[in-house]
Every structure is written in structure tokens, then in C-alpha cells.
Design a binder for this molecule. Structure first.
Ligand code: HEM
Length: 183
């Protein structure tokens, strides 16, 4: 009989050379696997001030053709000291043939996004397919998320936002470094 106390037997992998072998459809984004940390800045016309933030982003896989995505940001002061927790989100990036991506991303602010786009050679460009809002969430109409591996240890991220009556425009940019590498 199987042991009812057994742990989940299929842990996620954070590296392409770790088990399980990555699914071939992950190939365009294989360089995204791992944990990334870095700094960014952001703003929006409705906000009184620009802000600086730090972020930790993780992409992992379990051998199937999707990535598990997790991101946590916190606001920092000019010295980089933490001020308070900020945006968090997690989800699934489903890789399709020809580098097509379908991403499902949810946030504790009551926003659930489905974004679609393309991945190729260490870049991903995703735009909103649908947004679903919890009754008390802020109004978000669309986003565009661009990720670029500028080298194997550097991931640049730009996020545009159409929300609270404003047209699609810049909300965030960040440069993330692979965890464990000098910044
Ligand atoms: C690294 C990730 C992010 C950071 C650091 C960040 C930071 C901020 C900050 C500091 C504010 C001002 C309100 C406050 O102080 O909390 C804000 C507002 C907002 N953000 Fe973000 N954000 C992030 C990601 C996102 C994402 C992914 C979305 C939507 C999909 C989003 C949508 C909004 C909206 C709708 C507002 C409210 C604007 C308003 O009411 O005027 N943010 N964000």
C-alpha cells in the first residue's frame, strides 16, 4: 500500500541541467529558469511620485510545457533599505508551439490576468488577452510585459499598464540578476 504521508514526488527544477529534463517547448525561455533579484523604478500619472523597488522573481518547471512564475516586490529607499511590501503575483506560463505563450497571473490585489504573446531566444513579449477583477479591485484594462535576457545572468523587465482610466503606458522597469551572481 502506498504511504499516505508521502511528499509530493515531482519537485520543480530551477536549472535546465537539473532533473527533470525541461520539456522541449520551454526552449525559447530556458534561460529564464532560476531565481532573479534586482532593482527597478516605476510610476504612473495618477501617482504623486515615482518609486524605487526591489524584486525577486522565480521561474521553475516540473518537466511539463509550462513555467511556474512567482514574483515579489518591495519598495526601497534611496539606499536600498526596505520600506514596505509591494506587488506580489504568481502564475503559469504555458508554452505553445512556435514560441507562443499563454500566461495566467494572479495578484492579491484582486486582479487575474491572462496574457498572450511570443517567446524567442530569451525574450518574451506578453499583452493582455483578458483581465478579471474581484469586486473591490482597482480597474485594470490591459498590461504589456516585456522580458529580455541581455546576458545569461541579466533579465530586463518593462511593464506597461492601462488602468484607472489611463491609456497603456509605462508603470515599471527593472534589471534583475541571477541569484548568486555578483550584481
Ligand atoms: C514590481 C511590481 C510592481 C510594483 C513595485 C508596483 C508598485 C506600485 C505602487 C508603489 C503603486 C502606488 C500605490 C501604492 O503605493 O501601493 C502602484 C499602483 C498601482 N499599480 Fe503597481 N506595482 C507593480 C506591479 C503592478 C502590476 C503587475 C499591476 C497590474 C497588472 C499594477 C497595477 C497598479 C494599479 C492599478 C495601481 C493603482 C494606480 C492608481 O490607483 O492610481 N502594478 N503600483
Amino acid at each position: 500500500m502506498s504511504d499516505p504521508g508521502q511528499k509530493y514526488p515531482y519537485p520543480d527544477a530551477l536549472r535546465p541541467d537539473a532533473a527533470p529534463a525541461p520539456h522541449p517547448l520551454l526552449a525559447p525561455l530556458i534561460g529564464f529558469l532560476g531565481t532573479w533579484t534586482g532593482r527597478g523604478s516605476g510610476g504612473y500619472p495618477t501617482l504623486a511620485e515615482e518609486f524605487t523597488y526591489a524584486q525577486e522573481v522565480t521561474f521553475s518547471h516540473d518537466g511539463r510545457p509550462f513555467l511556474h512564475y512567482e514574483a515579489r516586490a518591495w519598495l526601497v529607499d534611496a539606499d536600498g533599505s526596505p520600506l514596505r511590501p509591494s506587488a506580489r503575483e504568481s502564475g503559469w506560463w504555458r508554452l505553445q508551439p512556435e514560441g507562443r505563450v499563454e500566461a495566467l497571473i494572479t495578484q492579491p490585489t484582486g486582479i487575474a490576468e491572462i496574457a498572450v504573446g511570443r517567446a524567442a531566444d530569451g525574450t518574451a513579449d506578453l499583452t493582455t488577452h483578458e483581465v478579471a477583477l474581484a469586486p473591490t479591485a482597482k480597474e485594470v484594462d490591459a498590461t504589456r510585459r516585456r522580458y529580455t535576457l541581455t546576458d545569461e545572468d541579466t533579465l530586463d523587465f518593462v511593464h506597461d499598464l492601462a488602468a484607472v482610466g489611463q491609456p497603456l503606458q509605462h508603470h515599471l522597469s527593472a534589471r534583475l540578476r541571477r541569484e548568486g551572481r555578483a550584481s
